[in-house]
Design a protein around this ligand. Structure first.
Ligand code: PMV
Length: 325
């Protein structure tokens, strides 16, 4: 008797959906990996949606510009494949036949958290397709399993922020919501250059091993800046936040994770009237963020950034104001 590799039970009974969002790190990228606090803002308008459908044959994946058999996905999608596998293991159906598709409003490899967002959305869609509930801790652990493939030793900040609906403070694995009511607007601009978080995290790790005395003070400074920013964000002190963004960018550049494009965009934002600007996320490519005192100022800065070569820009209203805008 011939035994089939798959039983009908291997396909989910219905379509499953999952959703996460992009995030920006306001303060604390890289230093967060060393246990210092970080502050991140989910960008509700930039969504990552995953859909899981029953399939007749082997699993397929359509994600971040690639489509084909899941088992033949390129290395850059290894973390998404891990996310599918981790979720299938969680639901006890490791060989399930399914089509996994993700659609994103934002580009990958730009420091906006696309790898964690894709993993988180796919995991939620698989769980939904198999009607398996999961609590926040399960979802975080499953996403971290995928993020370890993407980054090596992720802090967990991206996994948390891309699944959040409110700004968060993250420190040594602990997350708290943070109230932000600042009379200012945030411009996010994409340099168009692909960044590799694995590479920049690795660069700082090596630097730290070779030159701890030169590296530790920069990481500690970033930690102090994030703490000061927390107070300024709570107090709604936009000028102070801008200055802290400038200070953070200088430390990140000194750590070697900025590049000429990002430095030029940060300078352009400041010349166009930003209260402060910095790279966001892994760096060496990816995005910059700039703080503006009003929506018209934010639009001027966004225009200047696009004029200086940014591929795209988004203007984001801080939480409390967004509802009123
Ligand atoms: O580049 P992104 O969006 O993946 O952000 C990475 C954040 C880092 O602090 C550099 C790494 C981490 O694990 O927190």
């Amino acid at each position: 008797m011939q035994v089939s590799d798959h039983s009908p039970a291997d396909a989910p009974a219905h379509t499953g959906m999952g959703q996460t969002v992009a995030k920006v790190i306001l303060f604390g990228e890289h230093s967060v990996v060393y246990g210092y606090p970080a502050i991140a803002l989910p960008l509700a308008g930039l969504r990552m949606i995953a859909r899981v459908e029953p399939a007749d044959g082997p699993a397929t994946l359509t994600c971040l510009g690639w489509s084909g058999p899941l088992r033949q996905a390129p290395a850059r999608l290894a973390s998404v494949v891990r996310a599918v596998d981790a979720a299938l293991e969680h639901v006890g159906r490791p060989d399930a036949r399914l089509h996994v598709t993700t659609v994103a409003d934002f580009p990958p490899e730009r420091g906006l958290g696309s790898s964690a967002a894709a993993a988180g959305a796919v995991i939620r869609a698989v769980l939904d397709a198999f009607d398996t509930p999961a609590d926040a801790e399960d979802l975080f652990e499953l996403t971290q399993a995928a993020e370890r493939v993407a980054h090596g030793h992720p802090s967990g900040l991206d996994a948390t922020a891309t699944a959040s609906t409110a700004p968060i403070r993250f420190e040594a694995g602990r997350t708290e919501p943070i109230a932000i009511d600042v009379p200012a607007w945030l411009v996010v601009a994409d340099s168009g250059v692909h960044g590799s978080t694995r590479e920049t995290v690795g660069h700082i790790r090596e630097r730290h091993e070779i030159d701890p005395q030169g590296t530790d003070p920069l990481l500690a400074d970033l930690g102090r800046i994030a703490r000061d920013a927390e107070t300024a964000l709570r107090d709604g002190d936009a000028a102070a936040i801008g200055e802290l963004m400038d200070a953070a960018h200088a430390r990140l550049a000194a750590l070697g994770v900025s590049d000429t494009h990002l430095d030029a965009l940060v300078a352009t934002a400041r010349d166009a009237g930003a209260l402060g600007a910095k790279l966001t996320g892994g760096g060496r490519g990816g995005c910059v963020i700039a703080l503006a005192e009003s929506r018209p100022a934010a639009e001027r800065i966004a225009q200047a950034l696009e004029g200086a070569g940014a591929r795209r820009s988004w203007v984001h209203a801080p939480q409390a104001r967004e509802a009123a805008a």
